[in-house]
Ligand binder design. Structure first.
Ligand code: SF4
Ligand code: SF4
Length: 366
């Protein structure tokens, strides 16, 4: 039966696209699991898909490298094409839409007029000061304000959109800003990462479609389900950190043994993301598992927190070992809200860092 607005339901569209009832139920079970729900909850997902229409999505791209969109396309669970064709109606996206120019801009405005308060706006990339970036003769700033005004929700996809990212790195020549700094009176969901994990994005959209509401967010506006843990607390190298076993270089015996990458600059102790749990490429691996330290790409201003290959207990650029308590204070200043919420874990970490520093100094003195 059509929805109250006369549009076809997700289920009807799926059948029209050639899916059988069995295919549809398989998709519903995949979405149920992807949402982190028990399969007992699947009837809720089926019911939502049988009664709701696909959610129109407008995807704007501003100061970005398109890496976030590329990451989204590689979503494995639920597969991007399933999200794309069965749950949402991707109406405007510069990366993969066939239309261009004034026809594309007209279509964007048509969707905004037809679905006021019902479409989701996804923004990739940071927003420059009004005098820099123009699309179709309009500034990025004006396009954002116009499109966000009647959106049901705004999703900042990627660190540039969430925090300003690389375009906002010092000296921020274009005056780049995060979307949440410019959109007021509207929920802005931050899905940071450079790029973000595609499954976090597809699951966030799936949540909005199935439950008709935003997922639970943390104090920085990130979906709690995916950003509640520090990578350090879920890392498979953590036992080596606790045992004081570290790789000193990328090709030493410690690296070969899979020791902790903290001394090679790993930002896992101060980074909140789902890399260690969801992993990348369909759960295959993640950077730390593959031997590269986390660079904290999902944290605010990560690009200015380098050099990336120096450990956290050093002031960046000085090669000077400092009191870990002071480093903790610096980090707290950088990611104040996120770290404050996890103060207990940070205090424990400081203690451990101090312990390792002490042991190392003692070893050097011997
Ligand atoms: S410092 Fe990095 S490599 Fe070491 S345990 Fe923490 S997250 Fe894992
Ligand atoms: S491991 Fe760290 S740097 Fe790498 S993607 Fe995850 S949060 Fe970003």
């Amino acid at each position: 039966m059509p929805t109250a607005t006369g549009h076809k339901t997700i289920y009807e569209e799926a059948l029209e696209a050639g899916l059988t009832r069995r295919d549809f139920l398989k998709l519903a079970s995949a979405i149920t699991l992807a949402l982190g729900l028990d399969l007992k909850e699947m009837p809720k997902v089926v019911r939502a898909m049988e009664t709701k229409e696909r959610v129109p999505v407008i995807w704007l791209e501003f100061q970005s490298c398109s890496g976030c969109g590329e990451s989204f396309i590689r979503s494995m669970q639920p597969r991007m094409e399933k999200v794309l064709f069965d749950l949402i109606s991707l109406e405007y996206t510069e990366l993969i839409m066939a239309g261009a120019g004034s026809a594309a801009e007209e279509h964007r405005r048509k969707i905004m007029a037809e679905y006021p308060g019902k479409y989701v706006l996804v923004v990739e990339g940071s927003v420059s000061a009004p005098e820099y970036l123009f699309i179709g003769g309009h500034s990025a700033y004006d396009i954002l304000r116009e499109t966000a005004e009647k959106a049901m929700a705004v999703i900042s996809f990627g660190s540039c959109s969430s925090w300003g990212g690389i375009p906002a790195a010092k000296p921020n020549p274009t005056g780049a800003k995060a979307v949440a700094d410019l959109v007021k009176g509207k929920p802005v969901i931050r899905v940071p990462g450079c790029p973000p994990i595609a499954e976090v994005m597809t699951n966030t959209i799936a949540h909005i479609v199935v439950f008709g509401q935003l997922p639970e967010l943390d104090e920085l506006g990130r979906p709690k389900e995916f950003f509640r843990h520090r990578l350090h607390d879920k890392c498979q190298r953590r036992a080596y950190f606790d045992a004081g076993l570290f790789a000193e270089t990328f090709d030493d015996e410690g690296a070969r043994q899979g020791y902790c990458l903290y001394k090679l600059g790993c930002r896992g102790p101060t980074t909140y993301n789902a890399c260690a749990e969801l992993r990348w490429n369909g759960g295959l691996s993640w950077p730390v598992q593959s031997g590269h330290p986390c660079i904290g790409c999902s944290e605010p201003d990560f690009w200015d927190q380098g050099p990336f290959y120096e450990r956290l207990a050093m002031i960046p650029g000085t090669q000077t070992t400092v009191n870990p308590e002071k480093v903790g204070a610096i980090l707290t200043g950088v990611v104040v809200a996120g770290i404050a919420a996890h103060a207990t874990a940070t205090v424990v970490l400081r203690g451990r860092i101090a312990k390792h520093e002490k042991a190392e100094t003692a070893a050097k003195e011997e």
